[in-house]
Design a protein around this ligand. Structure first.
Ligand code: COA
Length: 261
């Protein structure tokens, strides 16, 4: 697929894919076309063996993603609104369920759908100018791309409800204090810091990394048994070449070289 609203840039030597939401004149607001491109990008990244990890960011220095495109929202009714939410949720779930690590580099406003997009990633690094919020109630709306669920998971019911009901915008240091982001760094260092964190993860056994992500996801999935998932995945690790390599390398006092098999 050719992307119009995203930049899809794969660095061949590291396997790091950077997906950049690229509508800077609209503060990278997510219109339906961009949501569809995000769904394709997430699928493409999952299927491409050359992609080992993903960074998601926004274009420019002001905004990560300033929410769903409000001009488009005015055209929706009950049925098309529900469908739009389901499409957004599906696209974001593809990122969340990726066995390859996905880190959001939040470079400015992460509001509404932007906060929801960041929360669908496995981790979030914020630049010091980042602002987070779910301002939907200002518009007579509620979040539709998983915000009520993931915000509650990440920061707990009381604080989630406070942000949802007040529509307050919080600064990066407050987001760090609440556990909404993993780190806050100066904007000039954001992409390098995120890349270094991802690169460290990419030195680990890929199958084990993917199974960790999946086992943590199972905790939040009412259809699944988290402890059972963990036990089964733990067992699965013993069949992998990477388990043999990891343990052999430890005993031989050398760094492991993993193949993802
Ligand atoms: N949807 C559509 N367009 C948006 C947008 C959104 N969510 N957020 C920003 N834009 C557009 C603005 O309309 C403006 O476009 P224009 O230049 O064609 O008029 C452009 O992006 C720049 O935004 P502007 O509001 O002028 O920037 P600002 O620095 O004054 O304010 C924000 C920045 C983020 C505080 C403000 O844009 C805002 O509140 N955006 C909406 C956030 C929101 O409610 N998101 C949830 C949607 S469900």
């Amino acid at each position: 697929m050719t992307f119009t609203n995203l930049l899809y840039q794969l660095e061949a030597e590291t396997g790091i894919l950077t997906i950049t939401v690229n509508r800077p004149d609209k503060l990278n607001a997510l219109n339906a076309a961009t949501i569809e491109e995000l769904r394709h990008a997430a699928q493409q990244a999952r299927q491409d063996d050359a992609v080992r990890g993903i960074i998601l960011t926004g274009s420019g220095e002001k905004s990560f993603v300033a929410g769903a495109d409000i001009a488009e929202l005015t055209k929706l009714d009950a049925a098309t609104g529900q469908r739009a939410a389901e499409q957004g949720q599906e696209a974001f779930r593809l990122l969340e369920e990726s066995s390859k690590p996905v880190i959001a580099a939040v470079n400015g406003f992460a509001l509404g759908g932007g906060c929801e997009l960041a929360m669908a990633c496995h981790m979030r690094i914020a630049s010091d100018n980042a602002r987070f919020g779910q301002p939907e109630v200002n518009l007579g709306l509620i979040p539709g791309y998983g915000g009520t669920q993931r915000l509650t998971q990440l920061i707990g019911k009381g604080k989630a409800l406070e942000l949802l009901l007040t529509a307050d915008m919080i600064k990066a240091d407050e987001a760090l204090r609440l556990g909404l982001v993993n780190h806050v760094v100066p904007q000039a260092e954001l992409l390098n810091f995120t890349k270094q964190l991802l690169s460290r993860i990419l030195t680990k056994a890929p199958l084990a990394v993917g199974l960790c992500i999946d086992a943590v996801s199972a905790y939040y999935d009412k259809e699944r048994q988290g402890y059972q998932t963990e036990a089964e995945s733990f067992g699965q690790c013993f069949t992998s070449a990477d388990f043999r390599e990891g343990t052999t390398a430890f005993l031989e006092k050398r760094p492991a070289t993993f193949t993802g098999k």
